[in-house]
Design a protein around this ligand. Structure first.
Ligand SMILES: [Mg+2]
Length: 379
């Protein structure tokens, strides 16, 4: 069996796909969504395709090594996202070839179902926002979710007046009041705080018992992250922008975070996500794979979630369950998704629908992330 073609699709916002077809007619799908860099990652996949066509698709580790190491310059979000999508598609092919779900090729499941958490929060204290928030919470609770994540919206400067901090803090306590003590609540700071401001806000919210605070500071400086972790009494999480084991190494060795959140479509695919999780296990660090993109990335994460003992919960945005991309959507029951049963990733892409659609045009630019004085703010 040899790889015959590598095609790409960009059917919707935050869902860019790669399809690898073999000369025996088997195909595999992967997701290469990279927000803000749609054309660049498309170019990287085209370059990898030159190498892949004509190769045996079942030599997944060998191809990963080639894609990562052979061009001398390695790593970076664009190449790692391209490798991730190709890696997922190769695993999909392997599962279909051997007639088993991917997780069975990764060592077999250590759990029977995957716990997922949804995005929910109270953005501000206005009556209108609270009513909409209540409505969404009721919908999610009916499906049994037991963990939610939100974050402080808007742009944050190096420091903010008490009114800005207090509104966010009050929202977190109101969330706890609404859900009670049996539900876990997490907060994503999106790496837009300084260490000092992050520590200040974490101290203010600690009595509502957060599950974790995510990316309190940007990802480049592990010592700054450790500074926050050392001053906060509840778990700190990071990792959606860290790529491969090598970028996680210092987080582990310095014990700079309690939880990690590698992204299955950025950190190196199914192959690398499992290795990162296994490495984290040594440090008693648990894994909540990041996924704020489409259903192929989400499904790929679930196969790794199935086989790693140090898994905590899987992030899931609404359209990751399938939206109009999958023929059959994943179902959340009792806050969990049953393990995939079909061979490969276990999904069927509605290929006709995505082929007929005009490629999605991602809006670039980003001037709305400027601060009031015209300087660049973090997202
Ligand atoms: Mg995040």
């Amino acid at each position: 069996m040899k790889i015959a073609s590598v095609e790409q699709f960009f059917p919707r916002h935050r869902t860019r796909l790669v399809k690898i077809t073999t000369d025996t007619g088997l195909d595999g799908w992967g997701e290469t969504t990279l927000e803000g860099k749609p054309e660049s990652v498309g170019g990287a996949v085209r370059e990898l395709a030159d190498y892949l066509v004509g190769k045996d698709p079942l030599r997944i580790e060998h191809h990963w090594q080639h894609m990562y190491r052979s061009a001398f310059f390695r790593g970076g979000a664009i190449l790692m996202t391209a490798i991730s999508g190709v890696d997922q598609a190769l695993w999909d092919i392997a599962g279909k070839h051997y007639g088993v779900p991917v997780y069975k090729l990764l060592g077999g499941a250590v759990r029977d179902r995957i716990r997922v958490y949804a995005h929910w929060g109270i953005g501000n204290l206005s009556d209108e926002t609270q009513a909409a928030s209540r409505e969404r919470l009721d919908m999610l609770l009916k499906r049994g979710y037991t963990a939610f994540k939100t974050g402080p919206g808007g742009k944050w400067r190096g420091h903010e007046p008490p009114a800005v901090i207090d509104e966010f803090v009050e929202c977190t306590y109101l969330m706890r009041e609404w859900v009670g003590p049996d539900v876990e609540l997490a907060f994503d700071f999106h790496g837009k705080m300084t260490p000092a401001l992050a520590i200040e806000i974490c101290h203010e919210i600690k009595d509502m018992r957060p599950m974790f605070v995510e990316e309190p500071v940007p990802q480049e400086n592990v010592d700054a992250l450790k500074l926050v972790s050392d001053h906060v009494t509840f778990p700190i999480a990071t990792g959606e922008r860290l790529l491969s084991r090598w970028e996680f190494r210092q987080v582990f060795e310095k014990q700079a975070a309690a939880y990690i959140q590698p992204d299955g479509s950025h950190a190196g695919g199914i192959t690398e996500l499992k290795k990162i999780a296994n490495m984290a296990e040594v440090y008693y660090i648990h894994v909540l794979p990041h996924c704020a993109i489409g259903p192929v990335a989400f499904t790929s994460c679930m196969h790794v979630d199935a086989v790693i003992p140090n898994f905590l919960a899987q992030e899931q945005v609404d359209w990751a369950l399938g939206g109009d991309i999958l023929r059959e959507n994943w179902k959340v029951v009792d806050g969990h998704i049953e393990l995939p049963e079909k061979p490969g990733l276990g999904i069927e892409i509605d290929e006709q629908a995505i082929s007929e659609r005009a490629p999605y045009r991602e809006e670039l630019g980003g001037e709305h992330f400027y601060d009031t004085d015209g300087s660049v703010a973090d997202w």
